[in-house]
Design a protein around this ligand. Structure first.
Ligand SMILES: [Zn+2]
Ligand SMILES: [Zn+2]
Length: 314
């Protein structure tokens, strides 16, 4: 099953050194979810060949411009392209007002419907389909800000169709799919592994937007497969990170290590860094399984490597 993240933009505050404002696309089994929509996101989408009509759900973390100023442009482009599919937008309070105000004053009546869901609190179930749930995660930023937890659902055991004896009824097949052993009509006991294979372990991707490093975060982060965490600064700028409610690379990496994350992607780089390699150098001292977000790159949410223990240097 596909479960991956494509980075469209990973810079903070202003465009710099070819890096753009925050936006990314999460692909879960060919369903696309746009996460944040900084200015220029639609151009980034065209460049990355993401078809606009595949976007039905947009998640906005907070109302700082570098995370949402591309949204109105995208909404109007959808309209001009004759979109008729409903659009679902999830964001903090006020975003619906901003959108309606712009539509009202331009006397625009869209060809399609927008459904707006306000993110009001932590741990709010925002979206669910047969593959995954998307849940809000409260950040610690200057204004209301939410990250998003993309959590795959537990799948059922897969039947080995070619091996199934005819002596099994519908009920036994359902039990097999739940991982149980069954007894057939002739009284023979079949162990589950003879007739079914276990499903993959569900994976979790967490998008942690602008935030001070999160202490006491819900256990949801524990063991998550892929964490995108902002690392606006390196430790030299510790006091600036604190003053602006951002994180340093060291803080993000320590957080990942503390929560036994499988892999960490750092982004939301400050425009002060032309070369972002110091951000990586700092992070890997604390958490070796760290990479830097690169625009246009796609990152698979990795399965957990069984029994692997991350060496934590904390
Ligand atoms: Zn930002
Ligand atoms: Zn912000």
């Amino acid at each position: 099953l596909i479960f991956e993240v494509k980075i469209l933009g990973c810079n903070s505050a202003s465009f710099a050194f070819g890096r753009h404002h925050t936006s990314q696309v999460v692909n879960s089994n060919q369903n696309l979810f746009l996460v944040d929509c900084g200015e220029g996101t639609q151009l980034r989408m065209i460049k990355q060949q993401i078809r606009f009509n595949r976007i039905h759900h947009i998640f906005i973390s907070h109302l700082h411009g570098d995370h949402y100023l591309g949204l109105m442009g995208l909404i109007f482009t959808f309209h001009l392209q004759g979109r008729t599919d409903d659009l679902y937008i999830y964001g903090p309070p006020g975003l619906d007002e901003i959108i309606s105000l712009q539509l009202r004053h331009s006397e625009s009546v869209l060809h399609y419907r927008i459904h707006f869901q306000v993110i009001e609190h932590d741990d709010q179930l925002l979206f669910e389909n047969e593959d995954l749930q998307i849940i809000s995660l409260a950040m610690n930023h200057r204004i209301a800000c939410y990250g998003f937890v993309f959590r795959e659902k537990q799948r059922r055991f897969k039947l080995k169709r070619e091996l199934l004896p005819e002596t099994l009824g519908r009920e036994e097949l359902l039990l097999l799919k739940e991982g149980q052993n069954v007894t057939d009509s002739a009284g023979r006991v079949w162990r589950n592994e003879e007739l079914a294979s276990p499903p993959p372990v569900p994976r979790t991707y967490i998008y942690a937007a602008d935030t001070r490093v999160l202490d006491g975060i819900r256990e949801v982060a524990e063991g998550c497969n892929l964490l995108y965490h902002e690392a606006t600064f390196t430790s030299e700028m510790q006091s600036r990170a604190e003053a602006t409610f951002h994180s340093t690379a060291a803080e993000a990496a320590q957080f990942a290590a503390r929560h036994h994350v499988e892999r960490l992607i750092l982004g939301h780089f400050s425009s002060r860094y032309q070369d972002v390699s110091p951000v990586l150098a700092e992070a890997i001292q604390y958490f070796p399984h760290t990479i830097l977000a690169a625009e246009g790159q796609t990152y698979e949410v990795p399965a957990r490597v069984a029994s692997k223990q991350h060496a934590s240097i904390i």
